[in-house]
Design a protein around this ligand. Sequence first.
Ligand code: NAD
Ligand code: DAU
Length: 343
Amino acid sequence: MRVLVTGGCGFIGSNLVRLIRAIRPAWHVTNLDLMTYAAHPDGLSDLAQDPQYRFVRGDIADGPLVQDLARNVDGILHLAAESHVDRSIVDAAPFIRTNVDGTRVLLDAARRFGLRFLHVSTDEVYGSLGPTGSFTEATPLAPNSPYAAAKASSDLLVRAYRETYGLDAVITRCSNNYGPYQFPEKMIPLFVTRLMQDQSIPLYGDGGNIRDWLHVQDHARALLLSYENGRGGEVYNIGARNEWTNLALTHELLRLMDKPHSLIQPVTDRLGHDRRYSIDPSKIEQELGWFPTIPFTGGLVKTVAWYQTNAAWWRPLVSQASLARVPADADGSNDDRSPACAS
Ligand code: NAD
Ligand code: DAU
């Protein structure tokens, strides 16, 4: 099996590439990544000598490059995206370009060469829930942020290519991920790295927003399973039934790191801030036999410990993480860093 993984130098993509190489040793993985600000320059450097792994620095919106890579693979696992909601509120343009047009370019290549296509989407396409109920695969799409709208648009393109051309495509929609190597602009790594420096942590609004947290390695397993065994044309929700208010999670981080509550800094709420996400993962559990394996409490302790012992990884990224809060500089894409994601 030869697969093209897009966004393999990102948080979830790097975990997926590592998983594939570990448990599908006969597979050949080509990783296409533009190396934006969110990519890990050395995240997969241990694979540099692996003959079954190839890194290509490039843009998923580059048609000729994508066609060239696609002609030599059996399928595409598509993760590349602009992924941070706050950045999309500052400037939606890179989100439309990569998440929508980039996906269209990949779909055209998959169609031309008859490839299997796994589209990695998000629960944010469903919008926001009230205090009860959960998103199922039948929940109507109602995205609220430019990021979520771009992801929902790409989901609809995938659906259209399935209906129009019979593309063998599967869509997954996962809840919030946490774990090592998450860029320190997202809530958990932002708060942990700031607390390590005894800096205040910016809690949006009243802290009552709810997110459903899953360890990134459990997500990666679900993606591989969906690619291998998911039924073409189907959507699979992925989540751990693990809902926390942001305030409760903040208190848990303070407790784990033995830091005072006075470091919580309530700040103006995110525009259009979704109140609650909750995933019903029954379908992937029943059809594909996937269940999360990493309990949140243990996973969170290990994640905090990882950031504590890997300050050399996140310290150079902190100044870029703050770009999301400074509109004039918040382009965020195409940052020219070393293309050393195991090239
Ligand atoms: P990330 O921001 O950490 O990584 C994205 C990767 O995509 C980076 O390596 C970046 O360089 C690459 N990329 C961006 N634009 C590109 C382009 N035009 N061409 C090629 N590569 C490009 O993102 P992540 O958190 O790992 O998310 C991966 C996927 O999973 C995304 O599609 C996201 O929507 C989805 N998702 C994320 C979460 C989460 O909690 N992080 C949850 C559900 C779904
Ligand atoms: O649900 C899946 C989505 O989860 C993915 O599709 C996105 O790519 C990923 O970024 C994530 O989106 P969120 O917006 O939920 O994640 P974020 O870490 O940005 O925020 C989590 C919650 O914490 C959210 O309610 C906003 C809040 N928050 C976030 C930041 C960065 C704060 O209170 N303060 C902050 O500084």
